[in-house]
Design a protein around this ligand. Sequence first.
Ligand SMILES: *Cc1c(COP(=O)(O)O)cnc(C)c1O
Length: 351
Amino acid sequence: MQPNVIDLRSDTVTRPTPAMRAAMASAVVGDDVFGDDPTVNELQRVAAEIVGKEAAILVPSGTMGNLAALLAHCERGVEALVGDESHIYNYEAGGASALGGVVYHVLPTTASGELPLAQVRKAVRPAGDAHAARAGVIAIENTHNRCGGVVLSLDYMQQLHALAVELGLPVHLDGARIFNAAVALGVPVKALTEHVTSVQFCLSKGLGAPVGSLVAGSQSFISKVHRIRKMLGGGMRQAGVLAAAGLIALTEMPARLAEDHANARWLAEQLAALPQIDIDLDSVQTNIIVFGVRDQSVEHFLTALRERGVLMVAFKDRVRAVTHVDVARAACEQALQAVVQVLHGDHEDMV
Ligand SMILES: *Cc1c(COP(=O)(O)O)cnc(C)c1O
């Protein structure tokens, strides 16, 4: 890819920072399958502490983290309550079902990314019913990807937690972007994760590490996940090379996420001022912007934008742009100029 391309497709395109590359080059490593990699062990210790859980385990991806967590919560034939707009249900290849015999019980997702509590309650079948599949876990997502990066409130997390305790069910949080949620709410990550039994979060998105996610929970839960990770082929040997970047992602990168949010806000407000753009500013709460384009197809818009060195992606029938560490404010300004040119150019064609 050309070096001066402005890539707003996703925060997964972030490249390791110079500090990460230096840490990777000098990482002290060992065989993690023997539990010998000191850098992996340190990352797992720090991660558990930050999310306020007993233990954490490094996994290759968020998808494997969610999968291992669901399999640890649910035996075969047991239901995972998931949102119809969740990443777990839409983008993880049905893994928990295909590989673990887990039944996805799909609930509606509100525009604010929530599973309505009344629906959760209704979805759990009466105990002792021989005909019904038993519920094993409630899975939520914060920030919510397909809802445009919206943040689940602390209040909602608390209420869902209380309901789960009443129903005797664990809550798994797909917190791929939980640091974005915490920054947006101005609370420590712990204030959110204390309301869930287990959490998966990504080092490889806004936090900028090249590869890796963590799953955290109780010691006994993480022991189960460890075994399942092995079963899934996720033993990673000298993974300290990745963990070294992960430690920087975890300790140094969250503080700068506010900048991504401010850039997204700025860009969204500029876009909102353009008559051809249809955008709900209330949904722009973190680093994700989703908008519609009037008068031209999304495909045409994205192609014309690409020709001007700016990458965004189609998202449902709209366009998604995600801000991140490799796109500074000046690049957002250039991206906006490109959008204006594309919209303007199209109009001139039509006259
Ligand atoms: C990216 C993402 C994942 C999966 O992470 P990968 O590392 O890409 O497998 C899971 N959940 C959400 C909400 C995500 O955005």
